[in-house]
Design a protein around this ligand. Structure first.
Ligand code: ZN
Length: 472
């Protein structure tokens, strides 16, 4: 039996969604490349997020910051000091392990826990029984150098999260966009973490893409006034936390993820970052277990206080009515674009034993359908002339070129029509337009729906209008 993950990994590679990076050089561990269909899928996810979080709201603005930032930012954020994994090395076989891979724990690896389980008990190497070195802290940030001289002064970090750029630019963005609290700043971008144990395909990688929104809100209680969707003004951090929690869950449901595969999980007190007031994960039921795809965090005033302190720039804001100054609190929504893409892929995947169609030679093989939503499907329409004959293909190519002005279109004229339907179903194409010999007479084509397999006969002149209604 092939596991569902193996099937997805194999399909993703075979059809050009996602595959290992640098493969002709033997690949680079935990790095992946998105192929032609994968980049469409991921772009669709990102633009759906951007539309929901920025463009359709009057109270959120966007930004696209530099990946390399002033190194002091990571001192202020706590990443230089605290963003570490405890590691031990085996003195005999030289293998390196993360401490909690030798002594299992569900809680955080506190100094007390490390002393009790390592200094006192002195566990042996799980591979060879050899003696282990004392625990060393290993920082997860990737370092690089700016300029030609590799000395301390030029060390910079690849950002381990996009959020810090938003805090650092908070003041200039608020003033230049003339926003008043509460409002948000959103960003999509790459981040880097030197994970000791990456894995589960694109779920945990060292280079990844985040979709984050930081919501700035006044800490003291205010009156929550409902003025309709997206216009909730005022509100306490706690109320906004609940608001964003619901909003973010609904986003996944609207894009078609099955409800029973999603859940909230509130982080326990001992899991919380020391500054965090509250944190809830949105988890997806992956084949390797329930795992976080997004976190919603109440970060208090930690971020802006720290950057005020470390930069010397006062990041507090003035309440126009009471004239009191305060440091805003932050509610963060932080999603991973890659693990979200994996969740959408897995969720869309359906295998039908024996196949759905019974009219072709391929009828009895198992059939795969990726049931992507209209928004996320990488290819919206396939154009398939029944034969390669010039009289059909010239009509078909014209139709494909017309539709391509509005939607992503795949043109395919090889193999039997049954095979070609299967190829399209396997990548989640929503509609297939077939051009047959009758088309030459009646100027009509057959449109097949991926999910219902229902066929409509539509006039070529009406085709654009037909699809405009479908994609409304
Ligand atoms: Zn060993």
């Amino acid at each position: 039996m092939t596991s569902q993950m193996e099937k997805i990994v194999s399909l993703a590679k075979r059809r050009g969604f996602v595959f290992p990076s640098s493969e002709i050089y033997g690949r680079l561990e935990s790095c992946y490349d998105y192929g032609p269909l994968g980049v469409e899928l991921k772009n669709n996810i990102k633009s759906a997020w951007w539309k929901a979080m920025v463009q359709s709201r009057e109270d959120v603005v966007g930004q696209d910051a530099s990946i390399l930032m002033h190194p002091k930012i990571w001192e202020a954020s706590g990443h230089v000091e605290g963003f570490t994994d405890p590691l031990v090395d085996c003195k005999s076989c030289k293998k390196r392990f993360r401490a909690d891979h030798i002594v299992k724990t569900d809680g955080p690896m506190t100094p007390q826990w490390m002393k009790k389980n390592f200094e006192d008990k002195k566990p042996k190497c799980p591979e060879c029984g050899g003696e282990l070195t004392p625990i060393r802290k290993f920082n997860l940030m990737l370092k690089t150098h700016l300029g030609p001289v590799e000395d301390e002064g030029t060390t910079v970090y690849m950002r381990p999260e996009t959020a810090q750029a938003i805090y650092v630019d908070f003041d200039i963005i608020m003033k230049s966009s003339r926003k008043r609290l509460p409002f948000g700043i959103a960003q999509i971008g790459k981040a880097f973490r030197n994970e000791i144990t990456p894995g589960d395909f694109i779920f945990r990688t060292r280079e990844f893409e985040q979709m984050e929104m930081q919501w700035f809100v006044k800490p003291s209680p205010q009156t929550l006034s409902q003025e309709g969707e997206g216009r909730v003004r005022g509100g306490t951090p706690e109320e906004w936390f609940e608001y964003w929690k619901k909003k973010r869950m609904q986003w996944y449901l609207d894009l078609g993820i099955k409800k029973e595969r999603l859940r909230f999980r509130e982080q326990e007190k001992d899991e919380l970052a020391h500054y965090a007031k509250k944190a809830v994960d949105i988890e997806y039921n992956f084949p390797f277990g329930w795992k976080e795809i997004e976190g919603i965090h109440n970060r208090g005033n930690w971020d802006l206080s720290r950057h005020s302190e470390y930069s010397g720039k006062d990041l507090s804001v003035m309440d126009e009515e009471t004239k009191e100054k305060y440091i805003p609190w932050v509610i963060e929504t932080s999603a991973g674009a890659d693990r979200t893409a994996l969740a959408f892929l897995l969720d869309a995947y359906e295998e039908i034993a024996g196949g759905r169609t019974t009219t072709t030679e391929s009828a009895k093989e198992a059939e795969t359908v990726l049931r992507f939503s209209k928004t996320l499907a990488p290819v919206k329409i396939a154009v398939l002339p029944l034969s390669k004959k010039e009289e059909l293909s010239s009509v078909a190519k014209n139709i494909a070129n017309d539709l391509r002005k509005h939607w992503t279109v795949d043109y395919d004229e090889t193999a039997s029509i049954g095979r070609r339907y299967r190829r399209q179903d396997e990548i989640g194409t929503l509609f297939a337009v077939t051009i047959d010999f009758e088309t030459l007479e009646d100027k009509k084509v057959t449109v097949r729906d991926r999910d219902t397999m229902k066929q409509d006969r539509v006039a070529i002149s009406e085709l654009e209008k037909y699809f405009s209604n479908k994609f409304k």
